[in-house]
Design a protein around this ligand. Structure first.
Ligand SMILES: Cc1cc2nc3c(=O)[nH]c(=O)nc-3n(C[C@H](O)[C@H](O)[C@H](O)COP(=O)(O)OP(=O)(O)OC[C@H]3O[C@@H](n4cnc5c(N)ncnc54)[C@H](O)[C@@H]3O)c2cc1C
Length: 517
């Protein structure tokens, strides 16, 4: 092993979260090494959010064109995947080339190393034959990979994950999808709208099982209307591939066949072979447990002090000088979570440095940074943690009460905070109010594709919303008002006396407020 090179901060994994942390610390003047074994920018721009949303945009254009009949004349729709594949290749991913993203980072003063990093001691990271010793911190942002369930035969088949399906140039005739979560449903609808015969097999008793049951029903009905076969409560037991077709055999003796098989049954943290134990971190955790300043906990969630250097803080023992960011933390596999957490890491790390230098705390030190970008570098501006709660000394602290999530099916399923079931399970004195979009003026005008609803879950004792769901056309956009309400704990009485523009979809919020009981 070569002599370690001393630097200020080492960031392992330059996905959405790691790149944001590394770039901002470099801009702040620190000597930062950023390491990535694959593409700088991570899953979101190359195999995740951005290309999948390009697919959805195209599929929704087809669906809207099909709605012209009965509204505005007649249209003949001839789907063609070529422009979609081209857009993903050329505009989103630069043919899966991260030259622009690497420049984006090095242009801020960061030093980039391509390779897989591994901890080899406290503050020490090895990549290839180079070793870096961090003076001030190591940040782990290694992201997540698809969960591949232990179904007999599956591992020996040429199944697809999100990576292969995002890169697809030619559509298969049929597609089986294991998993009816957000990613599975979004892609199911896209491919069905392009004429592929799609079948979703979900083990839980409903799709989008983490959201409100009413949302699952609307989403399932919408996908069925697009021709998707949806089979819930069905457990895949064995998978065969005969060289050209997949067969999924189910526990109830049934089977489904398809030309391609997409596995979208969740994500797990990339923690393998990271050498966590050399830095005093439990290597057996499912996700990298962090506290509310994103400092890595010593022993996972059941933290016990130990390791090379540990600090016992407000929420358990943490390892000095190691932070986690993004999917790897298990706090929500979303780009907006990775960006939010990145701001907290930057703030906390700079705060520590200021304190060590005898300065003031870092209140407000972390500015909002650039958003996740396509590989070509066309970011959509700040999505950083400007709304984080502040701790006693003004350092940003993570607060996931108002975590928004959107499934970009048509209709979109947006949700924030607690579902009704979660609120009841936590002993909240729940009131629920629901309004159907089809019954609203805007929904009635919209006509085709107006399925959806607003559901509010109020905490009657506190007089605020604990959660809300917004399903419908632009349900993810309508969600923003509800996210503000949950985040800022706006009193329900105030929400009732707001003026809601007419005739918008979000006016249904007012109706749902009236229905709270
Ligand atoms: C199909 C799909 C659609 C999605 N759509 C959305 C969406 O609409 N909205 C949303 O908010 N989120 C969406 N997501 C989730 C989003 O992509 C992730 O939450 C986000 O990419 C997480 O960022 P990250 O920085 O934690 O990790 P990642 O983006 O996974 O990046 C981790 C990086 O670490 C690198 N790495 C791993 N191990 C090492 C190592 N040992 N050394 C060096 N480098 C390493 C990897 O190469 C990778 O570049 C989607 C995901 C998928 C798969």
């Amino acid at each position: 092993m070569t002599e370690p090179k001393f630097v200020d901060v080492v960031v392992v994994g330059l996905g959405v979260g790691g790149e944001e942390v590394a770039g901002r610390l470099a801009e702040a003047g620190l000597d930062v090494v950023g390491i990535d074994g694959e593409l700088v920018g991570g899953e979101c721009p190359y195999w995740g959010c951005i290309p999948s949303k390009m697919m959805i945009r195209a599929a929704n254009a087809l669906a809207e064109a099909r709605r012209v009949d009965g509204l505005a004349g007649t249209v003949q729709v001839q789907p063609d995947w070529a422009p979609v594949a081209r857009r993903i290749r050329e505009e989103a991913t630069a043919n899966w080339d991260d030259t622009a993203a690497v420049r984006r980072f090095t242009g801020k003063g960061g030093h980039f190393v391509r390779g897989y990093g591994r901890l080899v001691g406290p503050g020490r990271v090895q990549v290839g034959d180079q070793v870096f010793q961090a003076r001030h911190g190591v940040v782990i942002g290694t992201g997540s990979t698809p969960v591949v369930p232990p179904i007999a035969g599956l591992a020996d088949t040429p199944y697809w994950t999100n990576r292969q399906i995002i890169e697809v140039e030619e559509l298969p005739e049929s597609l089986l999808i294991l998993g009816g979560g957000a990613i599975g449903l979004e892609l199911a609808q896209v491919f069905a709208r392009f004429g592929v015969r799609v079948t979703v097999v979900e083990a839980m008793d409903r799709v989008l099982a983490v959201e409100e049951p009413e949302a699952s029903e609307v989403a399932a009905a919408a996908l069925r209307a697009d021709g998707v076969g949806i089979h819930t409560g069905v457990r895949a037991e064995r998978v065969d591939h005969d060289g050209s077709r997949f067969t999924v055999h189910t526990a109830d003796g049934g089977s489904f066949t398809g030309e391609r098989l997409l596995v979208s049954t969740g994500r797990r943290a990339r923690l393998g072979d990271l050498g966590l134990e050399t830095a005093g971190i439990d290597p057996g955790q499912r996700f990298l447990a962090v506290d509310d300043r994103m400092r890595v906990r010593v022993g996972g969630n059941g933290a016990t002090a130990g390791g090379p250097a540990a600090t016992v803080g407000g929420n358990g023992a943490t390892v000095d000088g190691v932070w986690g960011v993004g999917d790897v933390t298990g706090e929500g596999a979303f780009t907006h979570i990775a960006m939010y957490q990145a701001s907290i890491v930057v703030c906390d790390l700079l705060d520590q440095l200021r304190q060590a230098a005898g300065g003031v705390d870092a209140s407000g030190a972390a500015r909002a940074g650039g958003g996740a970008m396509g590989a070509a570098g066309t970011g959509d501006g700040p999505v950083g943690a400007t709304t984080v709660g502040t701790g006693a000394r003004g350092v940003l602290r993570a607060d996931y009460r108002a975590l928004p999530r959107v499934t970009f099916t048509d209709p979109e399923v947006g949700a924030v905070g607690l579902t009704e079931r979660q609120a009841r399970d936590r002993g909240v004195n729940v009131q629920v109010g629901t309004a159907q979009l089809a019954g609203s003026t805007r929904g009635w005008i919209h006509k085709f594709g107006n399925e959806g609803f607003i559901k509010l879950v109020a905490d009657a004792d506190r007089g605020v919303l604990a959660g809300a769901t917004s399903v419908g056309p632009m349900g993810g956009e309508v969600l923003s008002a509800l996210a503000v309400a949950v985040h800022a704990a706006v009193p329900v009485s105030q929400l009732r006396h707001m003026i809601y523009a007419y005739p918008t979809f979000h006016r249904a919020i007012e109706t749902a407020l009236r229905e709270l009981k």
